[in-house]
Each structure stands twice: as C-alpha cells, then as structure tokens.
Design a protein around this ligand. Structure first.
Ligand SMILES: Nc1ncnc2c1ncn2[C@@H]1O[C@H](COP(=O)(O)OP(=O)(O)OP(=O)(O)O)[C@@H](O)[C@H]1O
Length: 674
C-alpha cells in the first residue's frame, strides 16, 4: 500500500512539475512553493522513520515561520534560484507564507507543498467552529498567529489510518482536486482515480462502491461450484473403475497367454524345435525391443525356432543391442578419430537410433487388452526360455552367440586404477589406490566394515563424490571418458528411498518410465518394461497399493526397498550401482532381489552393489567381491569363488559354521585373531 501511494505521489509530482514548467514563466509562484527533491527526501526519511518531522533549515528553534504550521507553506526568495530536482541542499524558504493549495499537502515543520497522491482528495480546510479544528484534517489553528487561517491538507496517510484524505467510496478522483460520482454500471472503491466497469453477472447503481451479484449470477456460480464438487468426488470413483477395468484386462490377457503357453508346452514337437534352435536363444533372450515389422501374437510364445527362422517376424534383434554393438564397434574404431569427435558421433548415433527406429513392435498396440496380451506373451516366452536354460550365464550367452549379432543392452565396463579420494582441506584419505574393474554381465559385491568407504567408492564410480579430491584413473570401456557422458545408461540406487509415497507401486514405475525412457517409445513397450520389473521383483500383489509415507502406512519395508531398486531397473540401465539394497531385508527377500539382479546381469548389465552381512547362499550369488578395509584400502578384489582359497593362502581359515564374509571382516577389524 505504502509503495503504491509513494508511486502515486511521484506521478502527481511529475505531473505538477510538467504543468509548472509551462506556467513558471507566467505566475511562477507555485513552483517557488513546491518542495524540492531534497525536502521531499527529508520529509519521507524523517517522517517515516520517527513519525514526526525533526528540525530543519527553515523550521527549528530559532526560525519558525508561519509556513512551518500544518497546511501552510512559504516560497523561496524571488531572486533565489530554485532547482526542484536538487536532492542535496534544502533551500531557504521563508517569504510570503500562505495556506497550502488544494491538491497539495503541507506538513507540519516543513515550509513547502507536496502534491497529494493520485486517488486522494485534498481540498482546502475549513474551520470547524464547534471543535476549532481545520476540517476534514486534524489540526488546530496555531495560537499567537493573528492572521492565520486554516490552510490546505497537512498530511498524507495510508487508507487504513486516515481514509478522509482519499477519494471517498462511490466517487472517483481523476485529480487531487476533482471528485466525480461513479456512474451507472460502474463501481468506485475508496481512493479510486477512475471508475471500473461492473462484471456481467452483477449490477451497479449510481454512486456504488461495490458490485452486487445478480440472482441468476448467484445461481450460475452455485451451479458451477456444485459441478466442480461432483467432478471432484467422482474423479476418484472414475479412477477406481478405470483401475479395475485395467486389472481385469490384465488378468484376462495373462490367462489367455498362460493357456496358449500350456497348449504349446503339451506339444512335444514344439519342445524339440526349441532345443534344435538353441543358437537362436541369445537373440530371443533379449528383453529389449525388437525392430520386427509384425507384432508378436500370444500364439508365438515358446516357438523360438519359428521366430529364429523367420527373421522378419521372429523375436528379432534387440534395438538396444544394435545400439550397443554399434557403440562397441565405434569404441573399437575410436583410434581413427579425435576423442571428442568419436564421443560426439557415439552420442549422436545413439540418440538418433533410439529416437528413430525404436521398437515399432509395440506401436501397433492401441487398446489395453492388446497391450497386455503382447506384454504377457513376451514375458511368458522369456520365462520359458529361462526355464529351459536355467544355468545360463551372460558369458555363456556370448559364447553361444559367437558369429551372430549379440543382443544385449549396451555394455559398460568400468576399470579403475589407483583410485584415491582425499577430503578437500584435510589430509584424510577416504579411498587409497583402489584398482580393479567391474564387468558387464557380472554382479560385484562391495563389502567391508562400517566406515570403510564403500558408499564413497560407489559415489566415485558414479561421479557423485563431492567435497573430495580424486586421483587415479576411471576408464569406461577402456576410455578415459566421464561417467556423466553415459548417464542415460547408469542407474544409481542410493541408500535412502527415492520412492513417491503417495503413488501406488505401479504408478511409481510409470512415473519413472515416463521420465527416463525415450518419449517416442510406444506405450506397449513401456508397459512391457514395467511389467517385467514388477514380475522380476515379485511385486504383483502390491502393484495397486500405495507405497506409503510416514503418516500413511503403505507397503512393507522390504517391498519398498524393491520398489526403490525397480525405479532404476525401469530405465533399463547398462550399469546399475546400488547402495545396500538388501539392508533390512530377510534372507528370502534379499534372495528374491538378487535373483532379479541376476536376470539383469544375464542381459549384460554391469551391477555393483554394497552389501552388508549376506547369508552364505546370498554371498554365493555374487560373481565378484571387492573387500575394503577401513581407510579405503583394498583387501581383496576378485571372483567370489576364489576368496576362501585366497584367505586360506594367507593363513585365514574360516571356522566351521561361520559365514566366510563375516569372518574375513572380523579378521580385518581385529575382532577375531587371525
Ligand atoms: N564428504 C565427506 N566429508 C567428510 N567425510 C566423509 C565424506 N564422505 C565420506 N566421509 C567419511 O568417509 C568414511 C567412509 O564413509 P562411507 O559412507 O563411504 O562408509 P561406508 O563403508 O559406506 O559405511 P557404512 O557401511 O556405515 O555405510 C566415513 O568415515 C565418512 O565419515
């Protein structure tokens, strides 16, 4: 409000200045009475700060002119030059003191006039004989000045403390001396400088200050409000119905796919075909999208041989695998161009391929039931293939696939040499000369006592280590690239949850898929990825449950952890880094999670995870182990299979009924004698 009034004063002041420029030659008197910039500055700084004016050049203990009284002003001497824009020196203003002009205010203790702000109404004051006050203002005639009359306004004020000086409600004041009644069809609030047109649903009489709502206007607003309330209440219901319908078509699709699969299983001949065409397994195992022209029908499930022998219709090559093979080729050829040029090409080709040719297979699906049939068909087929080849490893797949195009996700191998992290400003090492590599298709466990630097190590790999100085080299696929160039291929699951508690499990995955998968990817393919993740993590039963927040309890802690991991799996990463995904989970939940990770690894995903106190069976599910000791020193880095022999060679024998990884950490910590 104050800011608005100051603005209005300033506008009126400029207007007056402009007017005075024209008349100064003729009368010149008003201009000589107007406050200069220095006086206005003095008024605002002193008055606003202390609520009364302090003594100044013209009004102090020794010089107190009649112009110092409220509503009065004096002029500068006729021979004195006046510069209204001078904001430094206050002029001497003691001659010809008169009452303040209408439209101006003359404060007590200042001998000049300030224009009233636009929207105010500052007429000349009149003596009220009953109260002996100068109406409509609140000052008295000064005692001892015989010829003193009531002057003009003495103050401006904000509308709350003194509304009298403002243009009254029902009228508007285009200038500070003009007051016009508000016309029909318009309304004027207190302090208006113009009248405002009334809204269509309202009526405004003469001199009105507010708009009055018509009866039919009231009805219309009430009807709209009711409609909104109905929509609000029904939206939840509509969502529930839609959810149920989705669930029904999902179940129907799953049933139909299962029936077809069973029918095929019964045919022994089909099983023979599957075995006969095992070399095609690699291509079929791809869980990424096919570039085939025709959509896969549920009937095609299991009939791997047919799909292999009909490349146009079959399971086809994974699109992402093509990207990866392409990247691998590019990577090999990299020596031929400059590093930046090569990286640029790689990025361009990758995004180009991804956007343009991606999986037309799912594009043909429009209805939910079509999508679910397609999705469950694919998932069932993948499961069947996995059942047929239980002991298949990623390297096994690679061997089988020799000579044909490898259909996996883009591969990322990360090697690190003398990786050392030192806290900035302190000479504290968080990691010391950690050397080794983590490979695609393998799960590496990072273990060690609390505070050893496991999280720090993961952060260093993911390029998230902050506040530290890093030395040593990190190579991605043998190249000295920044991990940030591969950020679309790297998933990172932090220790703390990143789930949205107010969404259901499925909505969480949908949200992640929408944010992180290519926007041009068909809906069916996104649904396929989400369904795979739900299936892989065993989250069917809670897919429609709210994840929950601190206030609203949702799914269990273990399920929540799995959702947390699933959010990253949805983006189909090539390098998946996880910080303690199994902490707080029981053995079977941990195994379930690790089995899901194993399936990812089978597709060539490079997985590196911190794990605390795994059971022996869980420990055996990892491929490699990085064992860190306090201070970030590497104690062991190699295959899990060989760790016991390695420690036995050092004389560390694991006692009976003791979990080997626990024993090694106890030995490192010195809690058991080595
Ligand atoms: N940015 C940092 N600033 C100061 N100290 C840090 C920083 N990052 C890590 N540290 C220290 O480095 C050490 C290793 O921390 P880190 O979190 O990596 O351990 P950890 O092995 O993951 O432990 P836990 O198993 O308990 O999670 C700790 O002593 C920690 O205080």
């Amino acid at each position: 409000m104050g800011h608005l009034i100051l603005r209005r004063i300033w506008i009126s002041y400029l207007l007056v200045l402009r007017e005075q420029k024209m008349t100064i030659g003729s009368t010149g008197d008003i201009a000589l009475r107007l406050c200069t910039a220095a006086e206005i500055k003095f008024y605002f700084s002193r008055f606003v700060a202390t609520s009364y004016l302090s003594p100044n050049k013209n009004c102090n203990m020794t010089t107190w002119n009649p112009g110092c009284e409220p509503g009065w002003a004096c002029r500068v001497g006729l021979d004195d030059p006046i510069d209204l824009r001078n904001s430094k020196d206050m002029p001497t203003r003691t001659s010809s003191c008169h009452s303040c002009c209408a439209g101006f205010f003359c404060p007590h203790g200042l001998t000049c006039m300030i224009p009233c702000p636009l929207g105010s109404y500052c007429p000349l004051a009149e003596l009220n004989k009953a109260t002996s006050m100068c109406d409509p203002y609140r000052y008295h005639l000064p005692p001892g000045y015989g010829n003193h009359t009531c002057g003009g306004a003495d103050s401006w004020a904000d509308i709350r403390s003194s509304w009298e000086v403002f243009c009254p409600a029902g009228s508007y004041c285009p200038s500070t001396t003009k007051k016009i009644p508000c016309s029909d069809g318009h309304y004027c609030r207190t302090g208006s400088i113009s009248e405002k047109k009334c809204f269509k649903l309202t009526s405004c009489d003469l001199n009105t200050a507010t708009q009055n709502l018509h009866l039919h206007g009231g009805f219309l607003i009430a009807a709209l409000t009711t409609l909104l309330i109905i929509i609000y209440n029904c939206s939840g219901h509509v969502l529930v119905i839609r959810e149920r319908r989705n669930a029904k078509s999902r179940e129907a699709a799953a049933r139909s796919v299962r029936r077809t699969a069973q029918a095929h299983e019964r045919g022994k001949a089909t099983g023979d075909v599957v075995k006969k065409h095992a070399p095609g397994l690699q291509k079929s195992l791809s869980r990424t999208f096919s570039c085939q022209k025709a959509a896969i029908q549920p009937e095609e499930i299991i009939v791997l041989g047919q799909t292999r022998s009909e490349p146009d219709k079959g399971i086809g090559f994974s699109h992402v695998s093509q990207q990866k093979s392409y990247i691998a080729d590019k990577t090999k050829k990299k020596g031929s161009g400059s590093p930046t040029q090569n990286k640029q090409e790689l990025g361009d080709d990758f995004s180009l391929e991804s956007g343009k040719n991606h999986a037309p297979e799912g594009r043909h699906m429009h209805t939910n039931s079509q999508i679910f049939k397609y999705v469950y068909g694919k998932i069932e087929r993948e499961k069947a293939l996995q059942l047929e080849n239980k002991n298949l490893t990623f390297s096994g797949i690679i061997k089988m696939a020799t000579g044909i195009e490898i259909a996996t996700r883009p591969m990322i191998e990360v090697s690190f040499e003398d990786l050392t992290l030192t806290l900035k400003g302190k000479n504290k090492h968080l990691l010391r000369s950690v050397t080794g590599k983590i490979m695609p298709g393998r799960i590496s466990a990072v273990m060690g006592p609390s505070g050893a630097g496991k999280t720090t190590f993961l952060n260093a790999l993911a390029g998230k280590a902050t506040g530290c100085k890093r030395t040593g080299i990190i190579l991605i696929n043998g190249m000295n690239d920044s991990i940030h160039s591969y950020k679309k291929l790297v998933g990172f699951v932090p220790q703390d949850d990143i789930v949205h508690g107010n969404l259901t499990v499925e909505e969480n995955f949908l949200f992640s898929a929408k944010c992180r998968l290519l926007s041009g990817m068909p809906k069916a393919d996104k649904v396929l990825i989400i369904e795979r993740v739900i299936d892989s993590l065993g989250l069917h039963y809670v897919r429609d449950s709210l994840v929950g927040t601190v206030e609203n309890r949702g799914i269990s802690g273990g399920q929540r952890k799995r959702v947390n991991v699933g959010l990253e799996m949805v983006m189909e990463p090539s390098l998946l880094i996880l910080d303690e995904p199994t902490s707080g989970l029981d053995s079977s939940s941990s195994q379930l999670l690790l089995r899901a990770l194993r399936r990812e690894a089978l597709e060539g995903v490079n997985i590196c995870t911190v794990v605390h106190q795994p059971s022996y069976s869980l420990f055996k599910m990892f491929d490699d182990l990085i064992l860190l000791a306090r201070g970030g020193l590497t104690v062991y880095h190699g295959p899990v299979k060989e760790v016991e022999d390695y420690f036995a060679g050092l004389g560390v024998i694991v006692p009976d009924r003791v979990n080997p990884p626990d024993h090694f950490i106890d030995v490192m910590e010195g809690t058991v004698p080595s």
